[in-house]
Structures are given as C-alpha cells and as structure tokens.
Design a protein around this ligand. Structure first.
Ligand code: SF4
Length: 222
C-alpha cells in the first residue's frame, strides 16, 4: 500500500510537469493529459486533435466514441471506467496543427523525440503489464508497422525504458480510414479486441469493476 502511494505521488508529480511542457515551438496547443491514473495498462494514442485541448482529455471527440465503444463491446468497460482505470499517453501530447490541405499534421521526428521522454518516464513509473498503441504512428514506436495487417490481431512481447510488457496494437478509430471497417481489417480488429479482453491486466480491471458494482449495490440496500 505504501509502495502504491509512493508510485501515485511520482505519477502525480510527473503529470504536473508534463502539462507544463513547452518544448516544441510548432505545436498548436498545450499538452493534453488523461490524468495520473495508476494502472497496469497504458493506452498510447498518436497526438490530440483540435478538440482535445479544449475538452481537456484525450480521445474526446469522434475517434474516442469509436474507441470507447470497442472497449464496452469487447471488454465490458464503459468510457468512464476506461478513463479512470487505464493510463492514457500519446506519441505527442500537444495538437500539431493542420496541414495546408486540412488534415491534422503528423508530428515531426524532433517532436516525437522530445515527447518520448515523457512516455519513457511513464513506463518507468507504472511498469505496465500491457501497452495498447492505437494507430500506425503509436505502434511504430514499439514495433515495425509497415502493414497494419501484419500487426493487428496479434500480441507481441515488447520492451522500452528497461521494462518488458505485452503489446496489443489497435488501428486508429478515426473515421478518416476505413481500414477497420472492411475485411480483413474488421476481422483483425475483432481478434485484437478479444486478445485485449482476455489479457490478465484487463481481466483484473473487469474484476475490480464487478466488485465496485457489487459494493455499490449492497450499500444501496443497507
Ligand atoms: S509535444 Fe510533448 S514534448 Fe512537445 S511540447 Fe508537447 S508535451 Fe512537450
């Protein structure tokens, strides 16, 4: 319990420093954080869009709706449970701005490098059992991702920041790419979500959730 509170204090301190980061002058927002959620599971997004800095949480708009629906359907965890039990990180924490033709700018290598220290520190602090990178850019921070077909639907053993963990990649849930809506992406996505649902770290979250529900129910009956 003492160790847990010490880790929580380190994580609180980390997030406090992260949200003040201004290392990348081309970024168009301040950092977006999902909060100091102590967890064995980390979800790694790519970079926030324009809405997330305003709403002050990652995956706050349409892509998030799809992502949280996946978790609800396959893992039985609703959005508020996912947000309160999984640590949300990203390749870059600030909105990169738009390209001249209108899409979100992909973060540049120097920005990815700048922001990688935050992710490394999070892995050192949390020592997660499971990391879920969402989207090609996030997946490529851990494994080769030339083709989504070769990595979605599979579990990898990976390592970073002197820590080993399971890695189960997901495609990006944004409506911009139809990859996850048509075969073979649709089937591979289902396989990936089933792998996530069966992972011991997710099962532990599901058990905690069931226990919390039972406790609430019995408190209501008292
Ligand atoms: S992208 Fe990352 S490193 Fe760059 S300013 Fe934002 S938080 Fe800092």
């Amino acid at each position: 319990m003492v160790a847990r509170s010490r880790i929580q204090a380190r994580l609180d301190d980390h997030v406090g420093q992260l949200v003040q980061c201004r290392r990348c002058p081309r970024m168009q927002s301040t950092p977006v954080s999902g909060g100091a959620v102590l967890s064995d599971v980390m979800l790694i997004g790519q970079a926030p869009g324009p809405r997330e800095p305003v709403l002050e949480r990652p995956f706050a708009h349409t892509a998030g709706k799809t992502l949280f629906r996946w978790f609800e359907e396959f893992c039985g965890l609703n959005e508020s449970t996912v947000r309160s039990t999984i640590y949300f990180a990203a390749v870059c924490r600030c909105f990169p701005g738009k390209t001249p033709v209108g899409g979100d700018r992909v973060p540049a290598p120097d920005e990815i490098r700048n922001c990688s220290t935050w992710m490394n520190d999070e892995i050192k602090i949390l020592r997660p059992q499971l990391i879920i990178p969402v989207g090609r850019l996030a997946i490529a921070q851990f494994i080769d991702c030339a083709k989504l077909e070769e990595v979605i639907g599979r579990k990898f053993r990976s390592g970073r920041a002197q820590h080993s963990f399971d890695l189960i990649p997901l495609p990006h849930p944004s409506g911009a790419s139809p990859w996850h809506k048509v075969l073979p992406g649709k089937k591979l996505l289902e396989r990936a979500l089933n792998l996530i649902a069966r992972h011991p770290a997710i099962r532990a979250l599901q058990s905690e959730r069931r226990l919390a529900r039972r406790t609430q129910r019995s408190q209501r009956l008292e």
